[in-house]
Design a protein around this ligand. Sequence first.
Ligand code: SF4
Ligand code: SF4
Length: 89
Amino acid sequence: MAFYTAKNKGGKDWTPTFIESIDHEKCIGCGRCYKVCSRGVLGPEDLEDEESESIRMVMSIIDDSKCIGCVACGVSCSKKAFSFRPMAV
Ligand code: SF4
Ligand code: SF4
């Protein structure tokens, strides 16, 4: 399968990997990923915890069509909650 590729500034091939999902079991709602994403892809969401019957904040994908595949969000996440994949062409 072929994937969308671009060139970096040095002229080398670069295959962006775009946001696929955020694992809400791992997310602690620290907001680091939200701060590093400049594309408006992410947003906080209140999640009801059935076990403790409390509300906790997690990060969610609000518009993945804006993702440029930089993976800055994943690098910023100490909980490794992100999944990415390249775009098939
Ligand atoms: S950086 Fe990771 S743990 Fe923090 S809000 Fe984002 S997904 Fe959740
Ligand atoms: S990969 Fe880059 S553009 Fe896409 S959601 Fe993460 S930080 Fe934003």
